[in-house]
Design a protein around this ligand. Structure first.
Ligand code: 5GP
Length: 174
């Protein structure tokens, strides 16, 4: 049995939507500087495209988190494996993430960053999979709402592969 990938969201649709989000962010933060906080590794492709399309000054920094526990189901706990390099006190921060699924990662990261007293904190995700939500997590900027399927591309991996696909695909067994 081999794996194939079915296109869920074509490349141009993704790029067009990122442009729309970049425009909305540029309008919201007009006259300000923005710190984009990417969550490694999945956010990298989305963050890069977003930053290049925004027309307000941006800085970037990264965090990494992994959920821990036993078995395949997330325990609901999240471990920070890489923290930011700088203080965010007084900064306009936008967390940039590939996908919000159960919501646990972004819920925890949002709480953690709010304690550091940014001037503002918003959450921007390329994909939203609301069917699997376990904790309340509403992103402020959402690229696409998708059904409950395992997706790859634009930073999202399957066993560390397919992150570089320029479209969003669904893995299918053939
Ligand atoms: P959470 O469940 O905490 O909202 O999401 C945690 C992480 O699970 C996401 O950042 C992402 O790395 C991963 N994830 C969730 N759904 C998918 C998916 O459909 N495909 C891939 N490749 N990763 C996913």
């Amino acid at each position: 049995m081999s794996l194939g990938i079915e296109v869920l969201i074509p490349e141009q649709d993704v790029r067009d939507r990122i442009q729309e989000i970049a425009d909305a962010l540029s309008e919201k933060y007009a006259g300000e500087e923005v710190l984009l906080v990417g969550i490694l590794n999945g956010s990298v492709f989305f963050l890069t495209e977003l930053a290049q399309k925004m027309n307000v000054p941006v800085e970037i920094d990264f965090m990494a988190a992994s959920s821990y526990g036993s078995g395949t189901e997330s325990s609901g706990r999240v471990l920070i494996t890489k923290d930011l390099e700088r203080s965010i006190k007084g900064a306009h921060v936008v967390i940039v993430e590939d996908i919000v699924d159960t919501g646990q990662t972004l819920h925890l990261l949002t709480e953690m960053l709010l304690e550091r007293q940014p001037a503002s904190l918003e959450v921007c995700v390329l994909l939203d999979k609301p069917a699997r939500r376990k904790v309340c997590m509403d992103a402020d900027f959402i690229g696409f709402e998708i059904p409950d399927a395992f997706v790859v591309g634009w930073g999202l991996d399957y066993d560390q592969k397919y992150r570089d696909l320029p479209y969003i695909g669904v893995i299918k067994e053939q």
